[in-house]
Design a protein around this ligand. Structure first.
Ligand SMILES: [Zn+2]
Ligand SMILES: [Zn+2]
Length: 364
């Protein structure tokens, strides 16, 4: 066991505590990655607030990039010194979902409490989301990592681990957008802006962003939204129809956790349209809709986890798009912080104005 520094959640709703923890060496199929950067995602905040329950104490954090510093047995294709992004998608590779090309919904359970992390005194410590990246190092499956170019900045690369693949993947993989289709994206936050970029990359004709403030709609326009609609309007779907020339959308991508957005989403759809649920409401939250309308208009409701990505296929593609200037990543970062400032960075993310705040491990 090695001793490293981590931000630990000891009680839901309390600030994270910077403490020494222990991490085991990589086991069969695993690698150790020493982190340079980890971005803060709203999922980390939901977990830390207790919205989804879970074991405590726990280490959250799951949008990371760093360099491989140890390789366990039976790991092919990776070596010490490789720069990588680390994702939370711990896919077994052989269950029906993995074998069917859907590793984000892998069916093989992984016990995050029996994982590589222990408290300083040897007690149990959850490696939340199979990652535990609010820490100087992670030990993860080699199936969770993807090599990146050595000159790619790690703060930028870390964004590819969750928000970017979820948003772009939802547009390209889950909604299966074709050139010329019309899209509505509800929410212009970390995932929503990437859904907008994904729709643009897929060749969407018109992309309508829906959010609560003009500021958010302005940012959405920078990422490719052709129209903006205020969610505070009386019937925002009517404003969207107007932007779409009187017809509903071919797809509506719901990137927020607020239930009214789910209740309203089918109203934005045209005949044959699909509502793609990407955001993560709190456990127990319920939504309702009118089945007869969906049946009569041949519409669909689908869920998408992590953009239905296959990281080994999609992350190298997205890195090329970034290098070609077709995928914005630098513009998604709103601040850089040290590990000791993590509670301030989380508070800043909670204000909703921030895009992504990134913890840099070389910052004092
Ligand atoms: Zn995330
Ligand atoms: Zn699997």
């Amino acid at each position: 066991m090695q001793t490293i520094k981590a931000a630990v959640c000891r009680a839901f709703g309390d600030p994270l505590v910077i403490e020494d923890i222990q991490i085991a060496p990589p086991q069969t199929g695993e690698v150790e990655v020493t982190l340079d950067a980890v971005a803060i995602c709203h999922s980390d905040i939901s977990y830390a607030s207790g919205a989804w329950g879970g074991f405590l104490p726990a280490v959250y954090g799951h949008e990371a990039a760093g360099v491989i510093t140890a390789v366990g047995p039976a790991v092919g294709g990776f070596a010490i010194g490789d720069p990588v992004v680390v994702t939370l998608i711990r896919a077994c590779g052989s269950c029906p979902s993995c074998a069917g090309g859907n590793p984000t919904i892998c069916e093989t359970p992984y016990d995050t409490v029996k994982g590589p992390l222990r408290t300083a005194d040897g007690g149990p410590l959850e490696q939340a989301m199979a990652c535990g990246a609010f820490a100087e190092k992670v030990v993860v499956s080699h199936r969770q990592i993807v090599k990146i170019p050595s000159d790619m900045p790690k703060d930028v690369a870390s964004l590819l681990s969750c928000g970017v693949i979820t948003g772009v993947g939802a547009a390209v993989n889950a909604a299966g957008l074709r050139p010329g289709q019309d899209v509505v994206v509800i929410g212009a936050g970390g995932v929503g802006l990437n859904a907008i970029q994904g729709a643009r990359i897929a060749g969407a004709r018109r992309i309508v962003a829906v959010d609560m403030t003009e500021d958010k709609l302005d940012i959405a326009a920078e990422f490719g939204a052709t129209h903006g609609v205020l969610a505070t309007s009386k019937s925002p779907w009517k404003d969207a129809y107007k932007a779409l020339g009187g017809r509903g959308a071919d797809a509506v991508l719901i990137t927020v956790g607020a239930i009214p957005a789910y209740d309203q989403a089918p109203r934005y759809l045209g005949p044959g349209g699909k509502a793609v649920m990407i955001g993560m409401p709190h456990s127990g939250d319920q939504s309702s809709y009118e089945p007869v309308i969906l049946a009569a208009l041949g519409q669909g409701l689908i869920g998408s986890k992590m953009g239905d990505v296959v990281i080994q296929r999609d992350i190298p593609w997205m890195i090329d798009l970034y290098e070609q200037g077709r995928l914005k990543l630098d513009e998604l970062i709103s601040g850089r912080w040290s590990l000791s400032q993590i509670n301030e960075a989380i508070a800043d993310t909670k204000t909703g104005s921030a895009k992504r705040n990134v913890i840099m491990f070389d910052k004092a």
